[in-house]
Design a binder for this molecule. Structure first.
Ligand SMILES: NC(=O)c1ccc[n+]([C@@H]2O[C@H](COP(=O)([O-])OP(=O)(O)OC[C@H]3O[C@@H](n4cnc5c(N)ncnc54)[C@H](OP(=O)(O)O)[C@@H]3O)[C@@H](O)[C@H]2O)c1
Length: 314
């Protein structure tokens, strides 16, 4: 079969022949892949920089996708760490890590949106007690995950949604998705004013911007006893952040992470049917662009230059 194959970590995947999978266990099924998202996590898998990388090559990247097996059922699936990912004509799915999609679902939209959307959906459902009437700040709101977070916070009944990012042009588009306020990332003084009383922060950045934002918000908080839940989700601005110890003592601040590991796989899977239903019902504005699998090298070059989530279609 054809697949996107990584033969060296310093070279993008190439469209090549790769051995087709064979199901061995009763819980496994070979599926024909219809759509696989090129998420940031997939890029780090393909260049060997992700912490789960074992260094084993060759490898087919892709951590999730939409496809159909011999039973004819349309499914979204999450793969475990494997050298046969989803960017192939076929892959091997553990049915326990899959959900059935309604017939007629837009496979490209689902493959584009489920990974970025689950970051905030799972964080708000599984890492804190969140309910209508609460207020949310999204740090790094202009990426695929940040834009979905704005819409998911709105869906979950947030009354204020403060969107913070460095790209002014993209930030200006977020009120149309549900942001009630936007703040330039560099404007920490305004951040302190606008977000002093926020209940939850969904943090996609970490690094220096997160440390600066946290200090600005905690310092400006009129009621230091009011709970502030800081949920660490992504680290595009840096793997470490210098959080002042005083921030944890002087305010009712809790910092938690959300992702695979901090949320059990079963709990993530339990959230996916409702999220997939919202996606297929058209609840969200999704910026997805399909690219034929045979053009995987072009997709790799284009991905950093576009705000759309690229989706490879075998
Ligand atoms: N834990 C989870 O469950 C989970 C799930 C999905 C994703 N994630 C993580 O969430 C993060 C975002 O994912 P995504 O799909 O939204 O990626 P994406 O679409 O590539 O967006 C990345 C965003 O980060 C911004 N950015 C990059 N470097 C920055 C910096 N130094 N300072 C400020 N902003 C910066 C970019 O802004 P510009 O437009 O200004 O370049 C862009 O808006 C990634 O780290 C991803 O691994 C976590």
């Amino acid at each position: 079969m054809k697949a996107a194959v990584v033969s060296a970590f310093d070279t993008p995947p190439r469209y090549r022949d790769f051995p087709a999978p064979v199901a061995v266990r009763a819980t496994e099924q070979v599926v024909d892949v219809i759509a696989a998202g090129l998420h940031p996590r997939v890029r780090s898998q393909a260049d060997g920089s992700h912490y789960t990388s074992t260094g084993e090559l060759p490898l087919v990247p892709g951590i999730d996708g939409v496809g159909r097996g011999a039973d004819g059922v349309l499914r979204y699936f999450l793969l475990p760490d494997t050298t046969l990912g989803t960017m192939a004509e076929q892959t091997l799915v553990d049915l326990r890590r899959s959900i059935v999609l309604p017939e007629g679902s837009d496979a490209v939209a689902v493959a584009a949106a489920l990974n970025p959307a689950m970051s905030s959906w799972v964080a708000l459902r599984r890492r804190i007690e969140f309910g209508p009437g609460q207020t949310v700040l999204i740090l790094g709101a202009t990426g695929s995950a940040g834009r979905m977070a704005v819409q998911i916070a709105k869906l979950f009944g947030a009354t204020r949604i403060v969107a913070v990012a460095r790209n002014a042009g993209l930030l200006a588009a977020l009120p149309a998705l549900g942001a009630t306020e936007t703040v330039a990332l560099a404007d920490t003084a305004r951040l302190g004013t606008v977000a002093a009383e926020v209940d939850v922060v969904l943090d996609y950045l970490w690094g220096e911007p997160a440390a600066d934002a946290l200090a600005a918000i905690v310092t400006a908080r009129p009621d230091r006893g009011k709970p502030l839940s800081w949920i660490q989700i992504g680290s595009v601005a840096g793997p470490t952040a210098a959080i002042p110890s005083a921030a944890l003592r002087a305010a009712h601040l809790q910092i938690v992470g959300s992702g695979q590991g901090s949320v059990a796989t079963g709990d993530i899977l339990a959230e996916l049917p409702a999220l997939a239903a919202a996606i297929t019902a058209g609840a969200f504005d999704i910026d997805a662009r399909p690219v034929p699998l045979s053009e995987v090298e072009r997709a790799w070059a284009d991905a950093p230059r576009t705000t759309a989530r690229l989706v490879l279609t075998p």
